[in-house]
Design a binder for this molecule. Structure first.
Ligand code: ADP
Ligand code: MG
Length: 351
């Protein structure tokens, strides 16, 4: 069902994305694929619908946390491996120090006899290599790992890239600037520097796709829907909002548009709070910038707006840093010397 409000895990439920599907299928023949795209454009859906033999790790759940520990990372791997390699654990993890096999699951120890993640990966690679198969490791919303303290997971990806034959990494990120700041593919000092990778840029649907998506989704319920243009004009082309609207509609909501807006508003406010979590002092200012960006605004219009509100001067460097952060975390974009919200629905959260 196209209007299912959860990430899709089946190509039949995925609307279009033919070019991206093909690019991903090709990409995973090589060590590293990166999928960038705004929140709710369908990154998780793409990965889960297209890729089969895969260990899937979602870091999004840490978005509200201030930091991530090595233990958290090990536990994420532990859970994902138990789920995704369930029927072959004993074959993969024979005789590896720090890994206990108990019944149908493994337990990676992170205390005494601490397991090295790279040894875990090595064991997985060996197994698949011996079986002449590839295994994909997807780290969804990897930019959150910027908060991982005392351990650089990029070293493991780089090592794997250089030494393993069967492991292929797929990394996704919604906060596109932050994603690239984390991966630092072009930074000479970064572990991943100079490695070739396939980049997939998942865009929102355009007008035509959005309307066709709605039409096809409603067709599955034998509903002849005539309001697609209006819906697109309000919601924009983010698949997640369109799917949510369709879902409410076919579930007999009294006012699906209003409910979609309310849901979007709450979700975006929560995401803004996560973004603010380590920047509480600047809450009001960030809010003012976003509020001003409901209308496309120039740098000086934003600066005046904040200063009028605060009755204080805001230093240029401070404003620039804040604007860059909002760009990196995909709240606003800069276009033709003006700043604007990146998603139509944000206007309801920041008004
Ligand atoms: P992301 O991982 O980029 O945040 P998700 O994969 O979670 O996005 O998708 C967000 C919502 O949009 C989900 O309800 C999903 O079912 C829907 N969706 C996204 N892309 C598509 C698509 N191509 N076809 C159908 N539904 C989609
Ligand atoms: Mg996702």
């Amino acid at each position: 069902m196209l209007f299912d409000p959860y990430p899709k895990n089946n190509l039949n439920d995925l609307y279009d994305r033919r070019a991206e599907i093909e690019r991903l299928q090709n990409g995973v023949k090589y060590p590293l694929t990166v999928i960038q795209g705004l929140r709710r454009t369908g990154k998780s859906s793409l990965v889960k619908s297209v890729l089969n033999d895969m260990i899937y790790i979602d870091i999004r759940k840490y978005s509200g946390k201030g930091y991530i520990s090595y233990r958290d990372l090990i536990e994420e791997f532990n859970n994902a491996i138990n789920r995704d390699l369930k029927d072959r654990l004993r074959d993969v993890f024979k005789n590896i120090s720090g890994i206990n096999i108990l019944g149908n699951s493994i337990s990676l120890s992170w205390k005494k006899n601490r397991v090295r993640l790279i040894d875990v990966l090595n064991a997985i690679d060996d197994y698949y290599n011996n079986n002449n198969k590839n295994i994909i490791i997807t780290i969804d919303e990897i930019q959150e790992l910027i908060k991982l303290k005392g351990y650089n997971f990029l070293n493991d990806i780089a090592y794997s890239f250089d030494n393993f034959k069967s492991i292929k990494f797929v990394l996704t990120g919604s906060q596109i600037g932050a994603l690239h700041n984390y991966l630092k593919m072009d930074d000479y000092n970064s572990p991943l520097y100079g490695r070739a990778y396939t980049l997939i840029d998942l865009k929102p649907f355009n007008r035509e796709q959005s309307m066709d998506f709605l039409k096809k989704g409603f067709n599955e319920f034998n509903i002849d829907f005539n309001d697609a243009e209006n819906v697109y004009n309000t919601l924009g082309g983010i698949p997640g909002w369109l799917a949510y609207y369709g879902f409410r509609y076919v579930n007999n909501s009294k006012d699906p548009m209003n409910e979609t807006i309310k849901n979007a508003r709450n979700t975006i406010i929560m995401e803004f709070c996560n973004f603010i979590a380590n920047r509480e002092m600047a809450f009001k200012r960030y809010y003012l910038i976003l509020n001003k960006c409901i209308e496309r605004s120039s740098w000086s219009e934003i600066k005046n707006y904040i200063e009028n509100n605060e009755g204080n001067i805001i230093p240029n460097s401070v404003l620039n840093k804040m604007l860059n952060n909002l760009i990196d975390y995909s709240f606003i974009k800069k276009y033709d010397e003006k700043y604007e919200l990146i998603d139509n629905m944000m206007r309801y959260a920041f008004k």
